[in-house]
Design a protein. Sequence first.
Length: 319
Amino acid sequence: MSWVERIAGISLISMLVFNAAGASAQTVQSKPIRFVTSAVGSSSDLSARVIAQALGGTGAQSVVVDNRAIVAIETAAKAAPDGHTLLVYGSPLWLAPFLRSNPSWDVWRDFSPVTLAIRSPNVLVVHPSVAVKTVKELIALARARPGELNYGSGSSGSSTHLAAELFKSMAGVNIVRIPYKGVGQALGDAIAGQVQVIMPNTGAAMVHVKSGRLRGLAVASAEPSVLAPGLPTVAASGVPGYEAVAMSGFFVPVRTSQALIDRLNRDIVRILNQPDSREKFFNAGGEPVGDSPKEFAAKIKGEMLRMGNVIRETGIREE
């Protein structure tokens, strides 16, 4: 089972002793709890595994982390709304209507949010050869030399791509995109000086900022982030209202009862607030959150509005 991790769980036992309609209790050992998520190594995969590991203890309930890339969304949408299958995913789930024609899923039609697990702000960084030390200086340089600066990004619709296009739109600058298949390749060329600007997430950016291989100008969260110590926000550095943060959270099939959603929320949020779980997330460049279903839904709607507008304006389509 190269893409499945089975771990014993304890905390979710109590939430599975009743069905969605509140009828007779069911046996918790009847089938494992399954966290369906994206590729191994993604932030969603990290969320799934940290929570699954924290549920271990007695062997009374098995937990499966099932990595299925983009197919995870369709798999979870078709699952029974009984609390045994949770989707752990990020922005492709709610930005799909803007990036592709007729996606087979809809975040509101097919799913109910449980909680935002982690967020990882993008960081605006430049190669040290670029003669700027602040966001305002970068904007001034880009306006003085329109189309001469470039930025590297991952695939179309990726976090690094959307963060940079949002910055260009809100700052009113023309910086040319250099696309890569993955952010790792783009980051490597940025370190080598072949790309001048890049906006990776904190987990990928800060190790190179701290080493001096890249110069950090600002973090893209609404407030200063402990993940990017010493960096001001983009919003406070000349682009008011700017925010670009990768998010990953837990969802259940849409017909899941509210009582079951609330129980899942309590169990997962409790784990997210545990010191050892928080340390694992911080070490990986992610900030654990743990909010209510309504708060998570509001964050998704805000990102759909902000990123949806820039996707429409620039004509970005998923590759």
